[in-house]
Design a protein around this ligand. Sequence first.
Ligand code: ZN
Length: 287
Amino acid sequence: MKSYNVLRAMTRDGSARITVINSKDIVNKAVEYHHPAPTSVAALGRVLTATSMMGLMLKEKDDTLTVRVLGDGPAGAIIAVSDYSGNVRGYMQNPTADLPLRSDGKLDVRGIVGHGEVSVSRTFDGGAPQSGTVGIVSGEIAEDICSYYAISEQIPTVCALGVLVDTDCTCRAAGGVMIQLLPFADEKTAEKIEENARRLSNISHLFDKGMTNEEILALAMQDIEYDEFDEIEAKYVCRCSREKFFGAISSFSDKEREELYDESGKIEAVCRFCDKKYLFTRADFKK
Ligand code: ZN
């Protein structure tokens, strides 16, 4: 049975589209693969949550979207890739990055991300990839994603992201809301959306209290008429395969490849997204 964790809706006046995601299972899959420290769970979890929602806005089934948060903080690069159905995978350069809680008791995501750039690229089936890069404005991820859409795509966007990390370093609750204004959006609707956005500032706690996607959508759309239009199951999915790694290693020159063999004559390739290991021998490349 499918368990839908994404709800999409549209304001009745056609001013905005809304995506709500409960991403707890997605984040916990990342925790299982990467064993991140608490602040890193929050940082990677927020990037995964945002990237899934951004992927859900792709137009074609074979399109993919990659978000790269390239800050100079201890986290290093944080990368996530999503498809059209919101299925997402991701990793970070240094999942052990951690900092003491901030004075307000929150995890210091900004501190481990640091200053730098956010880049978003889309690949299209049969077309040249498109990408845009903006400077990191806060390092809290949600604001950085809004800034990307505003500067690079001129799309007014409201984004709320939250990851609550439990004492055992797993994700206790996580989710997000993304609202994008469509061209010719009604000004009053836009104002109400912005006003309501304040109610979403503590979104991980809303999910932790057991609120459903429908209830969170209603909160975001208070005093606005809207229609739910679909529900989707978005998961943490890695699409790596032996063939893909073989293809990549085959593209190296013989000399480059020779340097990759260990003492037992094997090349071990490890997928950064799901930790799966693939072993190759010299015989594999002789065919
Ligand atoms: Zn993989």
